[in-house]
Design a protein around this ligand. Structure first.
Ligand code: XMP
Length: 329
């Protein structure tokens, strides 16, 4: 793709011009496409004066940390520090049920951890990093500040997403936003030129608060997170095996804080209910529920009930957006 090749070369030139040879740059990797492509691009421009951090907040998918770290390190050779902050996040979330409170706690905790990382780095380098890389896309820029009078309301104003502008403001870091003028499909093309694995570039979006908004209510209760990780993995893997992953915008499981009666073997059970959600969408603003065929659903439900202890009932969410949202919280 000639156009994206030009964009890449231009961006690299711009970044080289912006960051003086003795300056350092930090970047928080979420495991998503945008921050990964942005970091890879900046790394190409300034090498190991880029310092990335990936935070495991304990709310991630099955083996997510291992999987993304393998991509960052083995495939992309990014300089990245992995911080396991699961205990920190989960202890702060204990007893918290309100979805917006959960989002705020997670956003705040992330900033503390990021601050600590920057401070440690400053000690190690003997100087303060001066730039921050963010994977902001063109649509994010518009959505975050809808033009006045445009009548646009957006989920950013309904839910406190913390993807954009969610990092410490008092750190006085200058921003590098190499994807600011690009749309998602262009970012994927750019990622392809930068050798980001194709399977990674096609990953479904994943919300910043992760499983905190997919375990309804208190996420620390019982082994909800562990159950959700197993169910989600079986569901998503089945979708990949059936060749459906690229047809779907997002597919995931939701854990409900209720128990239902069931019978397994000759035992009466009183176990958890999980929900499968898969939607098609262009941009997440509206979405249609995805219609799986009968056999696919029978197989998935069988796998879930036979393999995940503590689940005796599987439902599918067949609500589009609107009136529902994609996430349950
Ligand atoms: P909703 O549930 O608002 O989701 O229909 C629309 C899209 O936004 C994602 N989403 C989030 N992303 N932080 C994020 O980074 C959040 O708090 C958040 N809430 C929803 C959702 O996964 C879907 O892609």
């Amino acid at each position: 793709d000639w156009k994206m090749q030009d964009v890449l070369e231009e961006e690299i030139k711009v970044i080289k011009g912006m960051v003086a040879p003795d300056e350092h740059v930090i970047c928080a990797l979420s495991g998503g496409v945008d921050s990964t492509v942005a970091a890879t691009l900046v790394h190409k421009a300034i090498g190991d004066r880029l310092h990335c951090v990936f935070v495991d907040n304990g709310l991630l998918r099955y083996k997510e940390r291992e999987r993304v770290m393998a991509t960052f390190q083995s495939d992309l050779h990014l300089p990245v520090t992995c911080i396991d902050a699961s205990d920190r996040f989960l202890s702060k979330l204990k007893g918290v049920k309100d979805p917006e409170d959960k989002r705020k706690i997670i956003g705040r905790e992330f900033i503390y951890i990021f601050d600590d990382f920057a401070l440690e780095l400053e000690k190690k380098l003997g100087k303060r990093p001066t730039f921050l890389v963010q994977g902001t896309l063109y649509p994010d820029v518009i959505e975050s500040c809808p033009p006045p009078g445009s009548g646009r309301t957006h989920s950013h104003t309904i839910k406190s997403h913390h993807n954009v502008g969610g990092l410490p403001k008092d750190m006085k870091l200058k921003l590098i936003e190499p994807l600011k003028l690009l749309f998602k499909d262009e970012v994927r093309k750019l990622g392809c030129i930068l050798n980001v694995p194709e399977s990674f570039l096609k990953r479904h979006p994943f919300p910043g608060p992760g499983f905190a908004v997919r375990v309804l209510g208190d996420v620390t209760e019982g082994n909800a997170l562990d159950i959700l990780r197993q169910v989600d993995e079986i569901f998503v893997q089945s979708i990949k095996d059936a060749g459906l992953y690229d047809k779907i915008w997002q597919a995931f499981a939701v854990f409900l804080p209720v128990q239902s009666v069931g019978v397994q073997g000759d035992q009466r059970t009183h176990s958890h209910v999980v929900v499968l959600r898969a939607v098609t969408s262009e941009d997440g603003m509206t979405a249609d529920w995805y219609y799986f065929d009968h056999k696919f659903l029978v197989d998935v439900v069988g796998k879930i009930c036979n393999n995940v202890r503590g689940v005796n009932r599987v439902c599918q969410d067949i609500t589009s957006k609107p009136p529902a949202t994609v996430e349950w919280e």
